[in-house]
Design a protein around this ligand. Sequence first.
Ligand code: PMV
Length: 368
Amino acid sequence: MKAHASQLEDRIHPVDRPAAATARACSNVALVKYWGKVDEVRRVPATGSLSITLAGLTTETTVAFSNRDEPDLIVLDGRPVGGREAARVSAFLDLIRGASVQQDRPVGAASVRSVNYFPTAAGLASSASGFAALAAATVRAAGMDTDPDTLASLARLGSASAARSIHGGFVELVPFQRAGGDWDARTARVATEEHWDLRVLVSVIDSRYKPIGSTPAMARTSATSPYYGAWLDSWGADLTECREAIAGRDLERLASVAEHSALKLHALTTTSRPPMQFFRGPSLEVMHAVWDLRSSGTLCAFTADAGPNIKVLCSPDDEERVRSALTSVNGVQTVQATTVGGPVEIVSHDVDPTGVWGRGKARGGGDE
Ligand code: PMV
């Protein structure tokens, strides 16, 4: 982690005196999924993935640095958090504190306030938008700036899927091996949010938290599912097909590859030991509703992450027809529609409002 972090530090440069910044990021859902990691510490996925950014599911995060050496204050959705959740955020802040020391403008403890603007009871993962917003806000609050690719690599160190939320539109995240043998991953925007006007309808089946986190779930799969080798062998073809479907705005082709990728992932978790079955009964009914719609001429496609809720893609013209089919499935609580979202943005940025950088010493000893 250290060597990798310092490679990133070299690509972060000072722009302002440290203070506070607020960033907003959209969540994303993978159309070609990743599952499994080649490097758990650096959160390098074992397979490539390609996502669509979700405009309606956002996280807004404010980071303010002080020059004091004390514990960070972390408030998520109005609730101060501690334990592992806080440790994960503080570990991320430490990366930026490392860069700030290297650049002779060390920052100290942070106050982090993060709010998820997700549809009520959506039961959707917020780690992608959460770590993307945290990465952007932290870098700016520390008085620095960097390019989107470096920001994506930083966000990935918080949560791998967060790397894709930096760019907006349709984004891929692909692992590669460095000359020395270390694994790393790069992001690339495959198409902007304007390229294809799609709707994503989220059918909420169960809004409770997942019974198992994605990291231990992936580790169990790679260690025990007999199909894991086939998964590693087949993602490259899926990625190529998905890229082509997006370039050609071909929803039929996208449906074929996205459903194939999602169902392969669920085949992996189902065949792990002990098994992890994320679908509930209504999840399967929603998939059948999608197939029924397609066979009666309405183009749409589903995808599903490590949880029971199913996301369905369709054209704006078909939104109401698809929504009414999904709503009529027994066990579907709500259906929330969203459009394709854009990149992470800094929504406000204060430069040294308190003047602390003119007065005191920050953790690490620097003086401004
Ligand atoms: O990177 P995480 O911990 O948010 O895990 C993401 C796992 C999936 O959502 C199932 C797949 C993906 O590519 O986003």
